[in-house]
Design a protein around this ligand. Structure first.
Ligand code: ZN
Length: 314
């Protein structure tokens, strides 16, 4: 569990882009230790750009998180895919996106989790490198805030993500979800939570040529009083769980798996990005640690990340 992980083999899928509405092929490939998660924008079989999954490459956070090397060479809607990689503790992969954005699939991270599990998870020989919070960093925007701080020594998990949301809607209201990281818990409690939106927003976006691929197959859609999806919710608090999913995807852009406690109130991609940038700019609030350092006792013990799923696959 202390070693970097990648995919055992290549795997691909095809889906619809949420905003473009076009069919997009996604190919996920194994990558060497130290490679990190990198995305390639591919058009007509040609690699147009290779973009590391790092916060420096965020070019837009208005509707989803978009990465790019410039204005033309971008890949949109990366957050659910990155969340799946972090959720399963996979550090290294090369991800080809044959279009302008990652396909939305069913609006959750579960299809990506399924693909990663189907490809298999391979343990590499190099130890994992973590970003361990030692101080607290807070960002805010009006009544929205996000705070990332150290994990208490007594904790039984390496990473907690606590999300609070509040919507003036009878089916949402105020919800909180407390996620204690392990790959199995991520798979079961977080990955299936879908994105959501309100009918008037969807109509507004479609009138501006946005969310062209959006449908009840890839989002929970609410009108003033009810949910339009016939199948209802997957969890009563699916909304708060999806915010955890998004947040986990966005903090993947730190470039290292996190050891800490992240609490977020009413956040979205913009504030998540602001938090990641604030953490990276405040080097006194964290330290990079390798699994080898705590294994040989040079670091005080702290709760180790719980990655059990890949272990049984070796
Ligand atoms: Zn989302």
């Amino acid at each position: 569990m202390f070693f970097q992980r990648t995919l055992k083999k290549e795997i691909s899928c095809v889906g619809i882009g949420l905003h473009s509405g076009i069919r997009v092929k996604l190919v996920m490939k194994p990558a060497p230790a130290g490679h990190g998660l990198r995305l390639q924008r591919v058009d007509r079989g040609r690699v147009r750009a290779e973009i590391p999954a790092l916060s420096d490459y965020v070019v837009d956070t208005s509707l989803a998180t978009t990465l790019g090397i410039d204005e033309k060479n971008t890949i949109g809607t990366v957050e659910h895919l990155l969340s799946a990689f972090s959720g399963l503790g996979v550090d290294n992969a090369l991800i080809e996106v044959h279009g302008p954005e990652v396909p939305i699939m069913d609006g959750s991270a579960n299809p990506f989790v399924y693909l990663i599990k189907t490809a298999g998870i391979k343990r590499q020989v190099e130890p994992k490198r973590y970003l361990r919070m030692t101080g607290t960093v807070t960002v805010s925007d009006g009544d929205k805030w996000a705070r990332l701080g150290p994990q208490p020594p007594s904790s039984d998990t390496s990473l907690s993500i606590i999300s609070h949301i509040s919507f003036d809607h009878p089916l949402i209201g105020s919800q909180s979800f407390h996620f204690s990281f392990s790959d199995v818990v991520y798979d079961r409690q977080i990955s299936r939570a879908r994105t959501f939106g309100f009918l008037h927003e969807v109509e507004w976006m479609k009138s501006r040529n946005l969310a062209l691929g959006g449908s009840l197959d890839n989002a929970i859609v609410l009108d003033e009083y009810s949910i339009l999806n016939d199948s209802g919710l997957r969890f009563p608090d699916e909304f708060a769980r999806h915010k955890v999913l998004d947040c986990f995807g966005d903090v993947t852009l730190l470039g290292m798996p996190l050891i800490g406690v992240l609490e977020a109130n009413k956040t979205g991609h913009a504030l998540n990005h602001k938090l990641v940038q604030a953490v990276l700019a405040n080097a006194e609030a964290w330290e990079p640690v390798t699994a080898a350092e705590w294994a040989d006792g040079t670091l005080p013990p702290f709760t180790v990340p719980r990655l059990v799923m890949g272990e049984s696959l070796f």
